[in-house]
Design a protein around this ligand. Sequence first.
Ligand code: ATP
Ligand code: MG
Length: 407
Amino acid sequence: MLGPVRITSALVDPALLDLPWSTPLEEWPAQHLVALPQGISRHIVRFVRLGEYVYAFKETRERIAEREYDLLRALERIDFPSVEAVAVVADRQTEDGEPLESVLITRHLQFSLPYRALFSHTLRPETMSRLLDALAALIVRMHLTGFFWGDCSLSNTLFRRDAGAFAAYLVDAETGALHTSLSNGQRGEDLEIARVNIFGEALDLQAAGLLHESIDPEVVCEEVVQRYERLWHEITYEQAVEREARRDIEGRIRRLNELGFDVAEVAMSSIDNGRYLVRPKVVDAGYHTRRLLRLTGLDAEENQARKLLNDLDAYRAESDLVDEQQAAHRWLTEVFEPVVRAVPAHLRRKLEPQELFAQIIEHKWLLSEQAGRDVGMRNAVQSYLTDVLVHRPDEQAILGVEVPSLS
Ligand SMILES: Nc1ncnc2c1ncn2[C@@H]1O[C@H](COP(=O)(O)OP(=O)(O)OP(=O)(O)O)[C@@H](O)[C@H]1O
Ligand SMILES: [Mg+2]
């Protein structure tokens, strides 16, 4: 069955060779496929299971597949939130010797939701607003690293839940290019493309009756651009401060950290009568994510990390532990892990552990507010399981879990 295909891969899995490469992706037998929600695309995209993982296979021209593969690998090296490329399969042909397009393989992003899946129950305006925030933050982060997207749209983005908000991931890098930095012109061009694409997508949603009546497509696409501009300004503006006003600079750095950005250094130049012009050099997003990872080894999205860290810091204060590392270790084994373990296995695929924990502490806070006292973790977990979690759909894209296709 195997033709002489050529595989460029970081994934050493011989099972890759046993796939029906001489058949167009569209006709692959169901035994290899997993039904998961996916966005709209020009190319044929299928989810394929290999061993214990699920991968996204995209059929496209060889040059394009290779370029996207290289670019996704480069983005991975700088820790950018994008899907992970694992292989390119080229030189395919049918049994009759007809050439077939190459396949780009990426790892399926677990718990990810294409926007169409999020819109499937007519999105509330607040949820829409959070999606737009996540997308704007993704573009800002992208531009800070010098990446020009060239095809920013909702369908080229995947969303993961992030403690009441969303974290956005880039899924389609086909048109992208990584530069050392971007000019204002390049940024403007990228935003204009985003605006046009998102306008079209919002119109489609409206035509399908999926857009809340209070949401105007024209406003939606403008909003992304405005949110981007606001965030970009906050991160990059030059600030004039008095020589003595060190606190202003500290306040700015703290605000940037709150927004999730790390500041490596602050560039200062003196202007007139003792005043300084200050510009922080923002190196990276994911401030809370990195702090949580460093302290606990848990990998979480930015807002989840912020919530988990708040809980950890409170725990540390309550238990009078001075050493941060020691407190983190105790919190992990005495608070975080017992809570996650208290969730029965069949409910765990509904949300990932970090999101579960973030939602439980939020739930505990709500219950305690209602009761006018601290209800305690045990009660909060029980109530969350019986009143909230059982009613949620499964969101983990794992083997054997069939999620209806929503594209
Ligand atoms: N690694 C992945 N994890 C999860 N979903 C994925 C992954 N790769 C692709 N998808 C899904 O498949 C859809 C199409 O992928 P992609 O955007 O790369 O295809 P495309 O044909 O290049 O799109 P376009 O029409 O924008 O050129 C995405 O919107 C996403 O929903
Ligand atoms: Mg696409």
